[in-house]
Design a protein around this ligand. Structure first.
Ligand SMILES: Cc1ncc(C[n+]2csc(CCOP(=O)(O)OP(=O)(O)O)c2C)c(N)n1
Ligand SMILES: [Mg+2]
Length: 884
């Protein structure tokens, strides 16, 4: 401030400061804040425009005098922490000595050890805590430290540590990073794809509120902690949802950003200060920010905040400088940091170079960190972020402390091991240390007892993951009668059929309350707006305004107990809600079933990484890609027309993907999915594409449920088929029309099949083939595909509104020649008819391809194919939809 404006009356300035000093002394912080805010308001309203500033000085938010007494035994905790540091380092070192190139990280946990240890000893509530367990998003590549602690707690053995990153070893190993899928009793959240942790944590905290506001779970004092890297904060997802947390006053949410000022390649912000930048972003977004920059060693120097000299010096240095002070010795710090003025130099003349070098930073000082946590967990007015200054590779010395190479440091040599031992006063002999042994405290040691006692007090060990949820009773399929009976004469879309299903489902007395409809500002597109009124849109504030459509029956109803999560135009946030709801069975012991419907193009394509993380975290629920199909969604054009999400879905192992044509298929699949999730406890995600083309939906044929689930069922058989047509989703209509043309124009009878899932068919066929391979000589098994199609080897023509690779998935397993028609290429806006012609998937192309397939097999004269081209006006020189 002083720099920006010239002080034309220093005496007056002094008097004002003295007044504030008096206020602080006599009335404390609250009164001082009130006075200052009143003054600012007065000045603003009288025209003194104050510049917007979201930053506070580059010092700790909590002053030494405001710190609570440290509740633990610092010496014992230091011993425990040093051994955890050692074991974490040894785990990575050993792994890389034994298996060069296996990877791992030493430096990240080295920087974060104090952040975690203070919390483990004093803050994190465990699973047996009366208030329930905290939920912790660990920084992914700090995992060695978390394993190292679990080892001291007897939760992991040396053999596990030995097999870090060797998960396929016979004795079992440890995942590189937090992966629920691979360590389902241990890790709760998959965090290593940078940026996903923060957004998932925000929505997790919000979902906890949702559950208590809807009185499904009782309100509790559980917190969500997210440990994040400062480099990670550059991911758009990391900062993108901050205002939701403050808007919803999520005081159950605490971010801890490990500000070691470095990422993988080098400084996060060499030329400025990442902590200040983050402070600005978080404060601007309405968060409570606690900066923990300087350790106790700095208190004396900084204590006197009115000493402008040091404050200004702290203000002007940049992170690049701060990093340099880590790798240089004390004399360099004296010369370059304090040497800018004689007064500054004087402030440190009583300190030796060694002392200067060793001045601890905030994130390595347990007292400072405890003070921050203590304030964070007691802050009632919204979310808190702790910005903790640390040193990357702390304690590694020449081997990487604060160096640009530190992120990729994977093993220490013998000298470096000895240095590390000395640095943390460990008791290994030289010979022992050079072997990098794992160390465990003896059962009767004070460290072991302390470690256990602290965790006992806090309710047991973390991370840990359990499933104590009760099963839900899934209603009989018959509740979806109107879908099963078909639409009569009415032309409806699959989206409309789905909306009917969800309307009925949410009314079911057993399961209805557990359904979580999630929509990113697209409810009206899908015709779901009637649900606004029926279910209400969740809002922690209720509805404090009179909506513009309040005079209408189906008004925009927000409610504190609203069931719908209307996430706004925020697909990443909406998937995060999907994940929170879909993992509720383990995080809250209550099964919730998310139904997340979105514009299909903005699903996998935009947020597959989050969906992949959902798979990792064993989330359960339904993803519904609305207005899918490259030609079925017609007017919207290239960036809206999804013709490939099924490829991504097929590649995600625990997703079962379906492209559906009729209402009864939707009912069958969703019913089956719910039984798997809620009664059989399978960790599955169902992906259904839904379309907006209206046509008549027939009633469900008899006894085809299992076939629908397996992915293929017969629509029409013929006695002596010469060809087989496979249709899928909305293109089933074209297939049916093509079959009519084949009969009418060419006298050809085709067998007709409906493919509900190419990927499920392929998986089954592949698994069957694999079994047969491994059991060569035994009676071979038959896949569903074979059971359906192996009776004859006529040519097969498959059509879908997706790229050919989707239907080609089953090509190798279909007897006879296989032809795939699909929608490869960028979309266009036009009529469905023209688009299907353009992509060569319409009824005429189906007939044409069929005739040619028969000609190739010498079952038809090639001249007939030529005739057909003329008849249907097919241009042999039409440009390819892939290149045009
Ligand atoms: C989305 C994504 N991009 C890149 C990476 C690779 N990666 C792993 S750690 C890392 C650097 C992390 O830096 P920071 O967040 O500051 O964490 P630190 O180790 O410094 O605590 C990178 C780039 C990743 N895991 N995820
Ligand atoms: Mg970093």
């Amino acid at each position: 401030m002083a720099e920006k404006y010239k002080d034309i009356d220093p005496q007056e300035t002094k008097e004002w400061i003295e007044s504030i000093e008096d206020a602080l002394e006599e009335h404390g912080y609250e009164r001082t804040r009130y006075l200052l805010e009143t003054l600012i308001e007065y000045a603003q309203s009288n025209g003194a425009r104050l510049p917007f500033n979201t930053n506070t000085p580059f010092v700790n938010t909590i002053l030494p005098g405001q710190q609570p007494k440290y509740p633990g035994d610092r010496d014992i905790e230091r011993n425990i922490k040093s051994i955890i540091r050692w074991n974490a380092m040894a785990m990575v070192t050993k792994a890389n000595k034994e298996t060069p190139g296996i990877g791992g990280h030493i430096s990240t946990f080295a920087s974060a050890a104090t952040l975690y240890e203070v919390a483990f000893n004093h803050i994190f509530k465990g699973p047996e805590h009366p208030e329930g367990s905290d939920l912790i998003f660990f920084q992914g590549h700090a995992s060695p430290g978390i394993y190292a602690r679990a080892y001291l707690e007897d939760r992991l053995d040396a053999k596990h540590l030995h097999n870090f990153r060797r998960e396929l070893s016979e004795e079992g190993g440890l995942s590189s990073y937090p992966h629920t899928y691979l360590m389902p009793d241990f890790w709760q959240f998959a965090t290593v794809s940078m940026g996903l942790g923060p957004i998932m944590a925000i929505y997790q905290a919000r979902f906890m509120r949702y559950l208590s506001d809807r009185e499904i779970n009782k309100a509790s004092n559980r917190k969500v902690f997210a440990f994040l890297g400062d480099g990670e904060m550059d991911e758009p997802e990391a900062l993108g949802a901050l205002t939701l947390a403050s808007r919803e006053k999520l005081n159950n949410l605490i971010f801890v950003v490990n500000c070691n000022l470095q990422r993988l390649d080098g400084p996060v912000r060499g030329n400025s200060k990442v902590i200040q930048e983050l402070e600005g972003a978080f404060r601007g977004a309405g968060w409570n920010v606690i900066k923990v920059i300087w350790g106790s060693d700095w208190d004396e120097l900084i204590e006197n905040h009115s000493n402008e000299l040091i404050l200004n010096r702290l203000e002007e240095i940049v992170d690049g400088d701060l990093l340099k002070y880590i790798v240089e010795d004390g004399s360099y710090i004296r010369e370059h940091f304090f040497g800018t003025s004689p007064e500054l130099l004087k402030m440190v003349e009583h300190l030796s170079d060694k002392q200067l070098e060793r001045m601890r930073l905030g994130g390595h000082d347990p007292e400072k960190m405890y003070a921050a946590y203590n304030e964070a967990i007691n802050h009632n007015d919204g979310p808190t972020v702790i910005l903790a200054r640390t040193i990357k590779g702390y304690g590694l010395g020449e081997a990487g402390e604060g160096r640009n190479i530190t992120h990729n440091q994977k093993k220490l040599n013998e000298d470096e091991l000895l240095y590390f031992r000395d640095r943390f006063n460990l008791k290994f002999t030289d010979d022992e240390a050079m072997k990098a042994p794992f160390y465990r405290f003896k059962k009767n040691s004070k460290e072991y007892k302390y470690l256990k006692k602290q965790r006992d007090k806090l309710g047991g060990y973390l991370p840990s993951r359990t499933d104590k949820s009760e099963n839900l009773k899934v209603p009989d399929l018959s509740i979806f009668k109107e879908l099963i009976d078909g639409s009569g004469d009415r032309k409806i879309s699959t989206t409309m059929a789905y909306v009917r299903l969800i309307t009925v489902l949410t009314k079911d007395k057993n399961i209805g309350n557990h359904i979580v409809p999630i929509i990113p500002d697209e409810a009206r597109t899908f015709g779901m707006d009637p649900l606004f009124r029926q279910l209400g849109i969740y809002s922690s504030a209720g509805q404090v305004y009179d909506p513009v459509d309040s005079d209408q029956f189906l008004y925009y109803k927000e409610a504190k107990n609203g069931q719908i999560l209307e996430e706004g135009i925020n697909e990443a946030g909406a998937v995060s809600s999907f994940i929170a709801a879909g993992t509720s069975y383990s995080n809250h012991g209550i099964k919730m079933i998310p139904f997340y419907i979105y514009y299909s193009m903005f699903g996998f394509q935009r947020t597959w990484d989050l969906i992949w993380a959902a798979g990792d975290m064993r989330a359960r629920g339904f993803l519904l890609g609305g207005t899918a199909g490259r030609t079925t969604l017609n007017g919207e054009g290239l960036q809206h027309q999804d013709g490939h999400s099924h490829l991504a879905a097929a590649a995600t192992p625990n997703i079962k993907a379906y492209d559906l044509a009729y209402g009864y298929e939707i009912a069958t699949i969703i019913h089956h999915g719910m039984v798997e999730m809620c009664e059989k406890n399978k960790d599955v995600i169902y992906y259904l594409t839904l379309e907006n083309e209206n046509y008549v939906h027939p009633p469900m044929p008899e006894k085809i449920q299992n076939d629908i689930i397996k992915g293929l069922y017969k629509i029409k058989s013929t006695k002596n088929p010469t060809v087989r047509l496979l249709g899928s989703g909305p293109l089933m209509g074209e297939v049916l029309e093509a079959a009519k043309l084949l009969k009418k124009d060419w006298g050809i009878e085709a067998g007709i099949w409906n493919v509900t899932s190419f990927s499920e068919l392929r998986r089954d066929a592949e698994e069957t083939e694999r079994w047969n391979l491994l059991h060569s000589g035994d009676k071979p098994n038959q896949s569903h595909l074979e059971k359906c199609l192996s009776k004859n080897t006529v040519p097969t023509i498959a059509v879908s509104d997706y790229v050919k690779m989707v239907s080609e998935q089953i090509g190798p397993y279909v007897p006879g020649k296989y032809y795939a028609l699909g929608t490869d290429g960028f979309g266009r806006s036009d009529t469905r008819e023209n688009l299907r012609k353009f992509f060569e998937v319409d009824r005429y192309y189906i007939v044409f391809t069929t005739l040619r397939a028969l000609a190739i097999e010498n079952k038809l004269d090639i001249n007939i194919v030529k005739k057909a081209m003329k008849k249907y006006n097919l241009d042999p020189d039409k440009p390819s939809p892939i290149t045009v």
